[in-house]
Structure formats: structure tokens, C-alpha cells
Design a protein around this ligand. Sequence first.
Ligand code: FAD
Ligand code: UQ1
Length: 413
Amino acid sequence: PSMYKFVVVGGGAGGLAMASSLSRKHGKGQVAVIEPSDVHYYQPLWTLVGGGLRKKEESCKPMKDFMPKACDWVKEKAVEFDPENNSVKTSGGRVLQYKYLVMAMGVQINFDQIKGLPEALENDPMVCSNYTYETVGKTYTAIQNFKSGNAIFTFPNTPVKCAGAPQKIMYLAEDYFKRNNMLDKASIRYYSPLPVIFSAPKYAAILMGICKERGIQVNLRHNLVEVKPESKEVVIAKLDTEPMEMINVPYEMLHVSPPMGAPDILKASPLAGPAGYLSVNKETGQHTKYPNVFGIGDCTDFPTIRTAAAVSVQSGILLRTINAVINGLTPDGKYNGYTSCPLVTARRSCILAEFDYNFEAIETFPIEQGKQRRTAYHLTSDLLPSLYWHGLLKGHWHGPAVYRKIFHLGFSK
Ligand code: FAD
Ligand code: UQ1
């Protein structure tokens, strides 16, 4: 077996951020990154791709250009974790031994948990999803080919990454219909199993107002269970009825945010917590059972909304935690659950939601971020991609707290 000081599982946002910092500090040959993909995706761009504002190719760059040179890239999948023996098995049959393990595998997309959805995505050009590179290309075509009827947007019955994404694309579609004088032919409908449109109450109230003003029908406690592309209908469960009522709703176009969950191999391992995600201390990112295992990003059970913005703050905390453990100290990190979701509400308009574990707003800029703003749109569209590729992935961006403190002259949390 090969022995490394650090093994990082996953070369996504969290994996590369950690691999960059750890290899800079600990030197060449000390860090292995297990990552099977040839390319790295900047997933936040997929919202804009779906809205026809960007090309999907822009979201994708070669993995080799962002994999730190001082790391050994193991271009395989991790397939088995043995934390009792500090080892990981790969799809190529290698066994990697580690002193410290950093888990950053992201979430698994489960289209097959909705009956008929895989077939509909394959065969019906009006059924789309911004949640994968393979399906995001259909979204804008569907919006452009919409003639009349129901435009349906769904949120799944699982936690999702970027909890705003299922509705951002709806606002972009509405904006497109409006600009093309088609609003009177479209009935725009949102279906979500949750009791609220967004988990942070400040922004939820604002978003409900936007939906009302723009004639968007919001159906909460409604769960998509089946897609029937032959009859162009969805089956939706009304969760608060007893016995549970199922309704058939016809669609002209359908954007699905699929069920998501922990990766199967993580779920099956001793590293998983009750829900299948990596079980971490919510303030430090250290594993709750194995002190030399750490987690970052979407594969963990940090009880916050999964975003790249959250990953950026977690990366700073995790470096501090790992340092403490290496030096025999007790980790003293205090991650507050910071996460952020740029809620794009139209072409050139955005509400920049930022909040913590308590779903209380902690905003960076000294302006009211609950307002729809063009500046917030440009931040998302023109600045955040560079911050991601050249700041976060290189281990240089640990979130906006520094700026928040400057802007608020030290009076901020
Ligand atoms: P990922 O970046 O998904 O990386 C996981 C990596 O693990 C992948 O490279 C994968 O190949 C690898 N992997 C998987 N299985 C294995 C295995 N068995 N072995 C080895 N490697 C494996 N965030 C924001 O902050 N702002 C936004 O506006 C925003 N919008 C979004 C819109 C959409 C449509 C989507 C889909 C996401 C959005 N996000 C946004 C969320 C953001 O992209 C994720 O939260 C972020 O990428 C999480 O980073 P991660 O490292 O945990 O996982
Ligand atoms: C962020 O740091 C980040 O990662 C680089 C994102 O992903 C693209 C975000 O969407 C956001 C909002 C942030 C937070 C950054 C600022 C400047 C508020």
C-alpha cells in the first residue's frame, strides 16, 4: 500500500481547496487526492446556463489545471473506507494508507428515486434539470420552446445543494416569458415538500412576495412522485392530506430538482452518521468518532445549507482543526454555519442571501441585501466565478467574514 500524510477524497470545491492548502504547507508527495473525473465543474454557473445567460462549456475546466502540482492525483474512485486501519481502497484496487483523511465527495444525484424521471429526461425535450452537466443543456431550450400551459418547477423530498437553485430557474423562466410577451399563456407553478419557500425567514418572506407579485403559484407540502412523459403529466403527493391525496398535473415544461443523498459508498461505511452523510462536529469539521478524519462540503452533515460559499468558510475552519490535531491540541474552531445563496430573481437581478445555523441573516455588505439588486447579480455573474477558480480552489478564499467586519466597522457578529 502507498502511505500518505493526507488523503483527500474528491477533487471538487472542498477537496481542491483543502488539497491546495495542505500541500502548500506540508510539501510535495504528502497529499494524495482521489478523484476520478477529468474535469472540474463550477456548478453555480448552471443556474445561469439554464436561464440562457451563459454557455455550459464555461462551467467546466480540465481537472489537471486545478489539481495542485505538489499532490499525487489518484485518478480513480474511492470504493471502500476502513477507518480502523486508516486506509481507503480505490476502484483500481489500490490501498492508500493515511495519517489524516479529508472527505470531500459531494452529494449523489438520484434521478431514479422519481418514477419515470430518468426516461423523461432522456426522451422528453421539455423535461430538464440544472443539477447535472448532462441535463442542464436542455433547460434553456425548453424555456425557449414553451408555447402555453403549465411550467412546473419542483424541489425534492431530500436536502439539496444550493437550496435556492430550484426556484432561481423559475424566476429566470418567468423573466424570459415576460420579455417575450408570453406571460399570459404560462401558468408558473412551484411544488415543494417543505413548509416554507426558503429556510431563512427573512428571505422566505421576500421570495413569497415576489411570487405573489409575479403571479407564480407556490404549492408547499407538495411532493413530486412520478413523471409521465407519454401523457405529459406529473403525479404530486399532497403531504398534508390524510389519506394522502395524489393529483395529476399536466405540464408543458418541467424543471426537476432531483432527490439527493450521501454517496452510496459513504453511506455503507463506518464513517456515515444516521442520515448517511459524513458525521462531523458542527463547529470544527472533525469526525465525531475517528479523530484523524475530517469533512468538508456537501458530503458532510454540517446542519446548514450545502453551498460553495459554505465550503469556503469550512475550509478555513478545517485547516485550523487539522493543525490543532497535528499538534496534539483540542480543535477550537467555531463554524457558525455560514452559507450563502445568490437568489437570482431575473436577468440582472439578485438577492444575496447569507445566513448561519440559526437561519439568521449575516450580510457582508452595508446595504440591504434583501432587495433585488443589479450589483448582486454582477457579483454572482462576473466576480464569483473568478473567486471560485482562483481563490477558493487554490485555498486562498475562506469566506467574506473579513470584508463583513471592515464594512461594518467591527460591529458585526
Ligand atoms: P463537489 O464540488 O460536488 O465535488 C465532489 C467531488 O467528489 C467531485 O469532483 C466528484 O467527482 C468527486 N467524487 C464523487 N464520488 C467520488 C468517489 N467515490 N471517489 C473520489 N471522488 C469522488 N453554491 C454556491 O455557493 N452558490 C451558488 O450560487 C450555487 N449554485 C448552485 C447551483 C446548482 C445548479 C448546483 C448543482 C449547485 C450550486 N451550488 C452553489 C452548490 C455548490 O456547487 C456545491 O455546494 C459545492 O460544489 C460543494 O463542494 P463539494 O466539494 O462538497 O462537492
Ligand atoms: C462564495 O464565497 C462562493 O464561493 C466562492 C460562492 O459560490 C460561487 C457564492 O455563491 C457566494 C455568495 C460566496 C460568498 C461571497 C461573497 C463575496 C458574499
